[in-house]
Design a protein around this ligand. Structure first.
Ligand code: FAS
Ligand code: PHB
Length: 393
């Protein structure tokens, strides 16, 4: 077994782990990132598309924002289509100037990988059997295997940035954490197509046939979703069937100009809300999807990971630079306060825009009037807008 040492061992080479590694590096703090997949596999996953202003600021602080600023699209608003009537949500006007950046998670992750490589970062891919140890001692360590060789990394802190299905949260003794979960009775069927986006802003569509979302990655790459029953399988959905269903959920004038084409990615994601409390166990800190999951309706998944990383980064810098561990000690409570606000918004957007076929009639009536109220009230739209652009860190 080879033994090495670092200051912060990070499990997971997704956006959370890579962003933290990059930020800490710039402050002279050593990290090692252990990722079980190949870089190509990680970059092959199609996920988030909308970045809050806080995430954009962190990418600048990480010196990884150059391509995002060049190729990303700043969006000043989005559209809610309520039974085919379009309502513009003026994010910039309602928040006094705040906007969001449309730039895919795949590109964020690519930029972070490139920066880590450019700056000599240690990212170990295809690290198998990663396991945190001695988490409640002052000498925690992580073991893993690669190419048949066993390795151990001694460290001061371990960060579990290994997503919902990772090993970190599952390594915490059951009695030490509480888990909160809500599973929604439907999923999102998403496709990526090399077509011109149907609208210059995102369209969140509520229709009698179910929810749909029109998004984009660039002016030549579109991302679309439709709500589907949990029983559906991707193979049930030909491209033609997808396009017809999407059109049926959009206003006629939008459907008429929809450019269709072959899907270059097609997948169904289940929707769940999940939070693990606390987000710390001894010297193991959980961040991002390892600690919480939201339905993607409010575009808060990746953006909730960003605020975790912000708090953890500042806590670790204060610890190493000033011997002040108050940020680390407050991390879980501080992160969870913002996580739960993102949970609330994601649950609310999901509850308001999706069809719940098994809901009692009273709930259906409340859902209808909720959207009608929010679209008619400037105060309500302001609340929606300030959550969508991202609450302050
Ligand atoms: P990630 O899951 O991205 O990264 C964790 C990394 O850890 C992975 O690369 C994994 O391979 C690695 N790992 C796991 N176990 C390991 C182990 N034992 N050892 C070593 N490495 C291990 N958010 C949005 O805002 N909008 C969306 O539209 C959206 N769509 C999504 C669709 C899907 C199918 C999923 C799963 C998520 C989606 N999300 C979306 C949320 C998503 O963007 C996450 O919030 C984001 O990936 C969080 O990043 P990480 O915390 O880095 O976790
Ligand atoms: C996406 O572009 O993938 C996307 C955008 C906004 C969301 C969810 C997904 O709320």
């Amino acid at each position: 077994m080879t033994v090495s040492k670092t200051q912060v061992a990070i499990i997971g080479g997704g956006p959370s782990g890579l962003l933290l590694s990059q930020l800490l590096h710039l402050k002279g703090i050593e990290t090692v990132v252990l990722e079980r997949q190949t870089r190509e596999y990680v970059l092959g996953r199609i996920r988030a598309g909308v970045l809050e202003r806080g995430f954009v600021a962190l990418m600048h602080e990480a010196q990884c924002a150059e391509r995002m600023d060049r190729e990303g699209e700043v969006h000043e608003g989005f559209v809610i289509s309520d039974n085919k009537v379009m309502h513009h949500i003026d994010l910039e006007g309602l928040t006094g100037g705040d906007t969001v950046m449309v730039y895919g998670q795949t590109e964020v992750t690519r930029d972070l990988y490139d920066a880590r490589e450019r700056m000599g970062g240690i990212v170990i891919h295809e690290a198998a059997d990663v396991q945190p140890h001695a988490m409640t001692t002052d000498a925690p360590y992580v073991t893993y295997t690669k190419d048949g060789e066993s390795h151990r990394i001694d460290c001061d802190f371990i960060v579990g940035a290994d997503g919902f299905h990772g090993v970190s949260r599952k390594s915490i003794p059951a009695g030490q954490i509480r888990e909160y979960e809500k599973v929604y009775p439907f999923g999102w069927l998403g496709i990526l197509s090399e077509t011109k986006p149907v609208h210059d802003e995102l369209i969140y569509a509520r229709s009698e046939r179910g929810f749909a979302l029109c998004s984009l990655r660039s002016q030549v790459l579109s991302r679309y979703y439709v709500q589907v029953p949990l029983t559906d399988k991707v193979e049930d959905w030909s491209d033609d069937r997808f396009w017809e269903e999407l059109k049926s959920r959009l206003p006629e004038e939008v459907a008429a100009r929809l450019e269709t084409g072959p899907s270059i990615e097609k997948s169904i994601a289940p929707l769940r809300s999940f939070v693990c409390e606390p987000m710390r166990y001894g010297n193991l800190f959980l961040a991002g999807d390892a600690a919480h999951i939201v339905p993607p309706t409010g575009a808060k998944g990746l953006n909730s990971a960003a605020s975790d990383i912000h708090y953890l980064y500042h806590g670790l810098v204060a610890h190493y630079a000033e011997g002040d561990s108050s940020g680390l000690d407050a991390y879980s409570d501080t992160a969870l306060r913002r996580v739960w606000k993102a949970q609330r918004f994601s649950w609310w957007m999901t509850s308001m825009l999706h069809n719940f076929p098994d809901h009692p009639e009273f709930d259906q009536k409340i859902q209808n009037i909720e959207l009608e109220y929010f679209l008619a009230s400037e105060a309500a739209r302001t609340s929606l807008a300030e959550n969508y652009v991202g609450l302050p860190f």
